[in-house]
Structure formats: structure tokens, C-alpha cells
Design a protein around this ligand. Structure first.
Ligand SMILES: Nc1nc2c(ncn2[C@@H]2O[C@H](COP(=O)(O)OP(=O)(O)OP(=O)(O)O)[C@@H](O)[C@H]2O)c(=O)[nH]1
Ligand SMILES: [Mg+2]
Ligand SMILES: [Zn+2]
Length: 222
């Protein structure tokens, strides 16, 4: 396993963020790389899903990962141990990534060798929704233990995501979670959202999600 690179990222100027994000999106598009921004609350299962996705995707897509956290390198180390290029972005207190931070991370990845870069954003359902990263697709996880009321409380996040992954479905017997109700709530905010159910622990549903990812790459880049 290569040593993980750790980059201390600095926040860009807020008003400039969308311009930088547009630049990132078009640059990566020109290079044939799909950029995906994965968001959720802390502990909803982003890293676990990335690791499961790496397994299921196998040789079908060449993945790279930008891990963002306020501190620590553990998530990037797990991804690197799975054989995928990973960079840890340390935000030093910021609870979201912006496009300037993403640019700094992308410079440390071997983009010429990659098809898809997954950004694991800082665990937070609030401001990651407000700061564009330059991603072509926004994806979020809502896990069963968090509750089915989250679309009511964090509407912006649910409004902007292309895909909502309802995760930890293996834990359903321990929690109250109404799938039909949560889907109605999501679709009311965002009628185009694609919604999948999965468990990164048992692997149930992960193949369907991985198929979506491959289709998103094919659609955008070929
Ligand atoms: N039962 C169950 N546990 C899961 C599932 N996915 C993740 N977990 C567990 O949830 C905990 C948090 O998972 P992570 O993947 O670290 O979550 P994260 O969103 O990356 O967390 P942060 O990076 O801290 O925001 C771990 O104990 C995982 O094993 C799942 O589908 N089912
Ligand atoms: Mg994580
Ligand atoms: Zn923030």
C-alpha cells in the first residue's frame, strides 16, 4: 500500500466558489473523468459504501477517492488499503468541502489513470449542500438509524442530490423507518431523485448502485 497523501486544504472565497466548481466540472469532463460527490451525516456509512463499491466494481471502472475530514487520515488509509488511489483532505475545522479544496486534492490524484473520482465529503447534512464541489453527480446516503424525517429537516441536501441511497437496511428490525413515507418526502422535494435501498454490511443492493455508477460514467463520458 502506498503512503496516503495528506493535504491541508484552505477555503476559497465564497463568491468565487461556483466559478471554480464549473471549471473543475468542465476540466474533468474534458479529461473523461466523472466526479461524484458523496454526502451524508457522520457515520451514515460513506466509507463503508466506498469500500463495498470498490469490491463490486472490480476492474469495470478505475476509481480514485478524495477523502475529506476535519481531522484524521483513517478513511483514506482504508481506501488505499483496498488498492485504490486515495488522498486525504484535512479541512482543519471546516465542516464542508468547497471547489478550491477539491482542486487541491485532484492535483494529487493520478487523473490520467482514472475513470471516476468519488469525493467523500465531510459528514454533515447542512453546508456540503451549499458549496458546489464541481461534481458531475451528487449522491447522498440516508441510513435507517437516522430516521425517515430527515428530508423534512434537511431539505436542501435532498433537493440537490441525483441519487439518495437508503442504507443500513439490515438494521431495520431495530429502528422505526417507513420506506414509502421517506420516498414520498424525497420525491416531493426532488421529483427526479433516484432512490436505492442497500446495505453496505451485507452487500444487498450494492450491485444496483454500482450499475448506476457505471451507467453514469458511460452516459457522461462516452
Ligand atoms: N449495519 C450496518 N452498519 C453499517 C452499514 N454501513 C456502514 N455501517 C457502519 O456504520 C459505521 C460508520 O460507517 P462509516 O462508513 O465509517 O461512516 P461514514 O459516513 O464514512 O462516517 P464519517 O466519515 O465519520 O462521516 C461503521 O460502524 C460501519 O460499520 C450498513 O449498511 N449496515
Ligand atoms: Mg468516512
Ligand atoms: Zn460547513
Amino acid at each position: 500500500m502506498d503512503e496516503v497523501r495528506l493535504i491541508e486544504v484552505k477555503e476559497g472565497v465564497f463568491s468565487e466558489n461556483e466559478k471554480v466548481a464549473d471549471q473543475v466540472r468542465s476540466d474533468l469532463g474534458d479529461r473523461g473523468v466523472l466526479l461524484l460527490n458523496l454526502m451524508s451525516s457522520p457515520g451514515a456509512g460513506k466509507t463503508t459504501l466506498i469500500l463495498e463499491t470498490i469490491k463490486v466494481i472490480g476492474e469495470n471502472l478505475k476509481l480514485g477517492v478524495l477523502e475529506a475530514d476535519i481531522d484524521a487520515v483513517v478513511d483514506a488509509e482504508k481506501v488505499a488499503a483496498a488498492g485504490v488511489p486515495a488522498v486525504q483532505l484535512r479541512t482543519g475545522g471546516f465542516c464542508h468541502l468547497d471547489a478550491t479544496m477539491v482542486t487541491q486534492g485532484l492535483e494529487a490524484l493520478p487523473l490520467g489513470d482514472l475513470d471516476v473520482v468519488i469525493i467523500e465529503n465531510v459528514g454533515n447534512l447542512v453546508c456540503p449542500a451549499e458549496f458546489g464541489t464541481g461534481a458531475h453527480k451528487n449522491v447522498m446516503i440516508l441510513s435507517v438509524p437516522e430516521g425517515d424525517d430527515k428530508p423534512l429537516k434537511y431539505p436542501l441536501m435532498f433537493s440537490l442530490c441525483d441519487v439518495v441511497l437508503l442504507s443500513k437496511i439490515d438494521s431495520l428490525s431495530c429502528f422505526e423507518f417507513d420506506f414509502e413515507l421517506v420516498k414520498q418526502r424525497i420525491l416531493k422535494l426532488n421529483p427526479k431523485a433516484e432512490i436505492f435501498e442497500l446495505s453496505a454490511k451485507t452487500g444487498a443492493g450494492v450491485a444496483v448502485w454500482a450499475e448506476w455508477l457505471q451507467a453514469a460514467f458511460r452516459e457522461r463520458m462516452t
